[in-house]
Design a protein around this ligand. Sequence first.
Ligand code: G3I
Length: 371
Amino acid sequence: MRNLKIALMAMATAAVLFVPANAETTLKDAYKDAFAIGAAMNAAEITGRDTKSDAIVLSQFSSISPENDLKWERVHPTPERYDFAVPDQYVAFGQKHGLYTVGHVLVWHSQTPKWVFENKDGAPISKDDLLARLKEHIFTVAGRYKGKIKAWDVINEVVGDDGKMRQSPWYKIGGEELFVKAFQWAHEADPAAELTYNDYNIEYPNKRAEALALVKRLKAAGAPITTVGIQAHYTLAEPDLKFLDEAITEFAKLGVKVALTELDIDVLPRPGAGATADVSLRLAEDPKYNPYVKGLPEEVQAKLTARYAEVFAIALKHKDVVNRITLWGVTDADTWHNGWPIPNRTAYSLLFDRAGNPKPAVDAIIKAAKP
Ligand code: G3I
């Protein structure tokens, strides 16, 4: 009897040893010696209504970002009112589960209510008044989560698609000094937080040149910027990933860390538009631009898999400076690409399918961790 027990135990041990490679590896474990792997969470995930996605976050990811709930229009909708109901749950989720918790976003031209830039008569406010509003906002929001939110996107998308500084209300009223002060106030509010300039398409040479110059100017003016966030909203074809490789090298030379902050890869047609994250872009609905309603063809899945693996391989090559890759969502059911730039489509941009199953890209990314 005792021998039988020993034999069974030996068989069980052998079975464990013969588990195929990767079957028990997760994204976060595969990359634990390189960088954090994050996912953006929506309100249903933050508040626990989407238990399936929460389980994926907890098993696969080591970092979280709030997809929408810390944007100005949500957290500070009117001058006198802050709404911390969902943000508090977001930060508590990160604390409870030991996740590297990111704050998104303090200064952005989009999703910021008009009142921020106007007086009661609707006329633009002065630079001093705008600085005062921003300071109050930063101390209230970043101060509330001091020591808990580990990295803040301080300024977002401040370089335009023309490669020049974006003419946003922030910039037009406050100039570059406002950006410097935003970094300084965020640093005062939480001296330990990583502070990021975050933008899309700064891999491309024209936008990259201005982004590099901006980081230099901000640093020279005393902004405590620690990190450049490359959003990484990609398509299957764009950008040429050699631009990502070059951009990481060049930003690192400025003495900042680099994070891929909003990675996703759109497989759907985008007539007349390349890789961009311009939220104002809107294209008309047409069934021919929604080709994969019934499922993703194998050859497209294979392209998506290869492209994801390539992005991770490039980041891994730069693991000394890259400190995080965050996916902009958990499952395809919730990718913003279902509604942008064309509404009501079936997109396949993320690593987990609509049922929450890992796509082949997950395995490929895990394999890329051990070249
Ligand atoms: O929650 C409301 C819902 O109550 C309402 O009925 C519905 C009607 O339109 O809108 C819902 O809000 C939408 C929200 O996403 C949540 O789904 C907003 O309209 C929509 O504008 C918003 O889009 C977000 C977009 O930023 C603008 O804030 C996307 O989810 C989000 O993925 C996207 O994220 C941005 C980053 O913050 C910055 N970089 C680019 C990136 C992609 O655009």
